[in-house]
Design a protein around this ligand. Structure first.
Ligand SMILES: [Zn+2]
Length: 347
């Protein structure tokens, strides 16, 4: 007996229709249909015999669908940008609203445009923070209204924070405006951080001085804070901002996340918008700063200890707070009560 394996041929439309199996309607079993069914029962026996005798290469069956989920890709490095000193004017508002990257805007309290800008930017889908004025080391600098002075009592500090947050109720976190004197005071920072933790608000140390004790106090108190890594626009040129964004990207890839702080300038915002896609290309993602802090919660303590790095004493906080700077994320994870971001914009 001689058998021949016929090349595989997909069913024609007509054949497919015809050989629909398991039709329970017995009236449908016409003689022709019965023949088809019978053939269907015999064919597997014949086929197995054929496959045992034939010398031709058996038809290769298609790969079964993968039954296991694909290997999860490693989490992307996160970049968060805070734009602060918001409240003086609305010149940069059109560029802010046009941003597609998720950005947090830190609003100064007590300025004529503070509340309106907070509302407009929040409606635009951005994260809102309170940019809390804190006493600088130099008497020549004016931190503006709603400032926390290093000599204040705990009650005074809490009253100032409560009043400022009342003005910016949309704030989900706080960072310091100036503050090279106040953030160097453990007594002040203890009160500030405890107060914010009690309200479920996160804190980002703008790191306007290397004498800042924010991180030390936070660790001691079991409060999670983040620390600014890079100032984006101390020199207000496209080239400088571009270089700082690349630096931010390198730090994010090295540490898993990085936080950049820029100011409410049209050029800063336009440059971020223009360069964000290329910064984000490989393994890096722009997110709200609250998301960076949530990621930090999952990390074991002791990770991401940054490198002490000195920068020139250029103005560090828009209005001229200066100091020797630490560069690198020195945050570590502790529980935080802040909720996750509500409306990531994502590109
Ligand atoms: Zn500031």
């Amino acid at each position: 007996m001689k058998f021949q394996i016929l090349p595989f041929k997909p069913h024609s439309e007509k054949e497919r229709t015809r050989s629909v199996p398991f039709n329970n309607d017995s009236t449908a079993r016409t003689p022709k249909r019965r023949a088809v069914l019978r053939f269907g029962l015999i064919w597997p026996v014949v086929a197995s015999f054929v496959s045992g005798c034939a010398t031709e290469t058996p038809r290769v069956l298609p790969e079964p669908a993968a039954s296991f989920p694909a290997e999860p890709s490693p989490p992307k490095a996160l970049i968060a940008i805070i734009i602060d000193d918001v409240g003086h004017n609305e010149r940069a508002l059109p560029d802010a609203i046009a941003l597609t990257a998720p950005v947090a805007f830190a609003i100064l309290p007590g300025l004529p445009r503070s509340e309106r800008l907070a509302e407009t930017l929040s409606r635009g889908g951005f994260e809102i923070m309170l940019h809390q004025p804190m006493e600088p080391a130099s008497d020549n600098m004016d931190p503006g209204p709603g400032c926390i002075d290093a000599a204040m009592t705990p009650q005074q500090i809490e009253a100032v924070l409560a009043r400022n947050l009342e003005q910016i109720p949309l704030a989900r976190g706080v960072n310091n405006h100036m503050g090279s004197k106040a953030t160097a005071s453990p007594q002040v920072m203890e009160v500030v951080l405890q107060f914010l933790a009690g309200r479920g608000l996160f804190f980002v140390d703008s790191l306007t001085t290397s004498s800042s004790v924010c991180k030390k106090v936070a660790d001691r108190s079991g409060i999670l804070i983040a620390v600014r890594d890079v100032f984006l626009d101390n020199v207000l040129t496209r080239e400088h901002i571009s270089g700082q964004l690349q630096k931010l990207r390198r730090l994010a890839l090295k540490n898993g996340q990085a936080i950049g702080v820029g100011h409410f300038h049209p050029l800063t915002l336009r440059t971020i918008e223009e360069l964000a896609p290329s910064v984000e290309e490989e393994g890096v993602e722009f997110v709200f700063v609250s998301e960076v802090i949530h990621r930090m919660q999952d990390k074991p303590t002791g990770e991401n200890v940054g490198v002490l790095r000195e920068e020139n004493g250029s103005p560090m906080d828009g209005n001229g707070d200066t100091g020797r700077l630490l560069d690198g994320d020195q945050s570590r994870g502790m529980p935080l009560r802040s909720p996750p971001p509500s409306r990531p914009r994502g590109r």
